[in-house]
Design a protein around this ligand. Structure first.
Ligand code: OKP
Ligand code: ZN
Length: 390
């Protein structure tokens, strides 16, 4: 498997609340280090360590604006230095919100508060999503991995600056080691360790690319089909990807399906009844498969078959996987009974049923740091076995 990594993703280093205590965030740089080490030692995969150029960063931010409000992006980028200047935070500390959006009957339209301290709460929905000195760099590097993964899969035209496309013209799958993850944040609120929705940015990249390709090469034989590209998102993280669901809820060209812990974080979404807007072409393009906490891998597989059949029926052009290893049986944030060897079966099942779909796999959660490497390798082994590739 081709695996994309950027060391800048390790810089983000924040804290979260555990009960009344502030602890180092479970979404730690050590997660990526553990995965990278395991991949290197396995020798079975092609690890590409990249670094986002200034131009890449600009492109990534521009693409992110299709999914996030500009003022939200500006806030995430600048809030730490603003707080530092005001003496609200020290260089080694993190911005954490305190007062959240408050709906009220008299004022339906919410506006960001003038108070710089309060604004952190306007642009977040929980206190697990701190912003440290270098968070922004990691957030952009993470999203850029998603962009580069899409560019690779989209087979950039020869006049593209994409340095990878020459090497891998028939790439079937790519994995991006995104950190921070992306599936919880919304268009204007960070949450659940997420700041930019990497999956949504991947889709925007595909669309943008096909758009420019159309302009450049109007005689492209795929001309008719590229304009109606369809995407299927399979969310395998333990938590419901509320942010991704929201980004595409009204969009009939994007199918979202998720298997996640019932009544778990983020608590207010993920019900099976959330199927898309009724009386709309997007109805039925959202499939939530909540699973009781404590469920076995057999119970998980039953849901997975439902998700995969639905994706087959939808008929997507691209598969996007939100991959989380917090479904692992000892995960501090997950509550399924899944073990290392099960990830091999899981991946093999997915790839066997969706064999010919070009796939972009993005890392989301997974918090048992010293088992992350072997769990990922197990997943990749199953995936490649089904793909029949090296
Ligand atoms: C992100 B992903 C402990 C609460 C943690 C946030 C969970 C985020 C999961 N302070 N709540 O989907 O793995
Ligand atoms: Zn998760």
């Amino acid at each position: 498997m081709l695996i994309l990594h950027d060391e800048t993703t390790l810089l983000h280093d924040t804290v979260e609340l555990l009960g009344a205590k502030l602890i180092p965030a479970q979404e730690s740089p050590a997660r990526i280090k553990a995965i990278v080490d395991a991949v290197k030692h396995s020798g079975n995969h092609e690890l590409r360590t990249i670094s986002a150029s200034e131009e890449d960063q600009k492109t990534t931010i521009a693409l992110a604006k299709a999914n996030h409000k500009p003022e939200y992006i500006e806030h995430i980028q600048n809030v730490f230095s603003q707080w530092l200047k005001e003496g609200l935070v020290e260089a080694h500390e993190s911005v954490l919100p305190e007062c959240f959006r408050l709906q009220n009957v008299a004022n339906a339209k919410l506006r960001p508060p003038k108070d710089i301290y309060a604004r952190a709460g306007y642009y977040a929905f929980d206190m697990s999503t701190g912003i440290s000195k270098n968070s922004w760099q990691s957030i952009v590097a993470s999203a850029n991995l998603a962009v580069q993964a899409a560019l690779l899969m989209a087979e950039a035209p020869t006049n593209s600056k994409n340095p990878f496309q020459q090497n891998s013209p028939k790439l079937k799958s790519v994995l991006a080691l995104c950190r921070p993850p992306g599936h919880h944040c919304t268009g204007s609120q960070a949450g659940g360790y997420c700041y930019l929705n990497n999956i949504a940015i991947t889709i925007t990249t595909f669309r943008q690319f096909t758009h420019s390709q159309r302009l450049r090469r109007p005689s492209n034989p795929n001309f008719a089909s590229v304009s109606t590209l369809k995407f299927a998102i399979l969310d395998l993280d333990f938590h419901h990807g509320n942010g991704t669901q929201e980004q595409f809820y009204m969009d009939p060209t994007v199918f979202y399906t998720s298997i996640h812990g019932q009544d778990e974080f983020p608590y207010y979404t993920g019900a099976a009844s959330e199927q898309g807007p009724s009386n709309s072409p997007a109805f039925g393009t959202n499939l939530n498969l909540p699973l009781k906490t404590g469920s076995s891998f057999e119970e998980y597989l039953a849901k997975l078959h439902i998700a995969l059949s639905a994706i087959q029926q939808f008929g997507a052009d691209h598969l996007l996987v939100s991959l989380g290893f917090d479904t692992f049986h000892t995960d501090p944030l997950g509550k399924f009974q899944i073990e290392t060897q099960d990830y091999k079966v899981m991946a093999k099942t997915v790839r066997a049923m969706l064999k010919n779909l070009p796939a972009v796999i993005l890392l989301e959660g997974g918090y048992v740091v010293d088992r992350l490497g072997e769990n990922l390798l197990s997943f990749l082994a199953g995936w490649e076995e089904a793909e029949g590739a090296s």
